[in-house]
Write a protein that binds this ligand. Structure first.
Ligand code: NDP
Length: 246
């Protein structure tokens, strides 16, 4: 898979995004590693990629801001000529009773997790449509499929990502572009450990039929399938990566 253009991984600096960035590089694609705050983490991923003989750049941008996203895509295009894959992974989470969620918190969740996907898709599509090829993979969540108590805003926007994926897949399929989503279950990253006690993590692993929490690499494998040529005839799909949780 050479010379097709680059892969853009939003939130590619930590957790699931880091594993996806490394996987994209393994697949031969130069990687644009996006981050919002933690430049050192993004740089460490880039070092890792370069040590393995790959290429990439880091780019700071808040995906909820359309003009920052446009700058990132312009930079990717001037660096690599084309964009082959966009992985919309950047996300935030929050555990809160529905009645305590403020309108600002609701809008921030929507801004990062849903507007972010909208902004990035809109910015890359002109190049992909021109090339008549491209892969978009959105990271939703098991909670977007069946809802989570105390995460109504998170569940709502992740369900929105699923709707966006299915509809956009139909619209851009004639242009040779596939749009799919992965819906991870409980994956051991900062997002999970910052919100859950050791006991809750043990319970989540117990509640997962395969008997363990997922790893970022579990999700990266699923993403790599949608980016690979093996999935040419697959679009608009939501692949659960949850150890049988749902
Ligand atoms: P982490 O919190 O470990 O990492 C989040 C990443 O997103 C970081 O790279 C962070 O960059 C980046 N990010 C956050 N906000 C923005 C923003 N506004 N603009 C650009 N980048 C941003 O999360 P995970 O790796 O766990 O999650 C990755 C994705 O997977 C998310 O969409 C999440 O909702 C989803 N998911 C995770 C699950 C889990 O159990 N972990 C389960 C289901 C889905 P920085 O550090 O610079 O802020």
């Amino acid at each position: 898979m050479m010379n097709k253009g680059c892969a853009i991984v939003t939130g590619g600096s930590r957790g699931i995004g880091k594993a996806i960035s490394l996987k994209m590089s393994e697949m031969g694609l130069p990687v644009v590693i996006n981050y919002n705050f933690d430049k050192a983490a993004a740089k460490a991923v880039l070092n890792n990629i370069e040590n393995m003989g790959g290429r990439g750049i880091i780019f700071r941008c808040d995906v909820s801001d359309a003009s920052q996203v446009k700058n990132m895509i312009s930079c990717a295009l001037s660096e690599y000529g084309n964009i082959y894959a966009l992985i919309n992974n950047a996300g935030i989470s929050q555990i809160k009773l529905f009645g305590d969620i403020t309108l600002d918190e609701w809008h921030r969740m929507e801004g990062v997790c849903l507007d972010g996907v909208f902004n990035c898709c809109q910015a890359v599509l002109p190049n992909m449509i021109h090339n008549k090829s491209g892969r978009i993979v959105n990271i939703s969540s098991v909670w977007g499929v069946h809802g989570a108590s105390c995460e109504v805003h998170y569940s709502a926007v992740k369900a929105g990502v699923i709707g966006l994926t299915k509809a956009l897949a139909k619209e851009v399929a004639p242009s040779g572009i596939t749009v799919n989503a992965v819906a991870p279950g409980c994956i051991l990253t900062d997002m999970l450990t910052e919100e859950c006690s050791e006991e809750t993590l043990r319970q989540l692993a117990y509640d997962t039929p395969v008997g363990r929490l997922g790893t970022p690499e579990d999700v990266a494998h699923a993403v790599s399938f949608f980016v690979s040529e093996s999935s040419d005839f697959i679009t608009g799909q939501i692949l659960g990566t949850d150890g049988g949780y749902y």
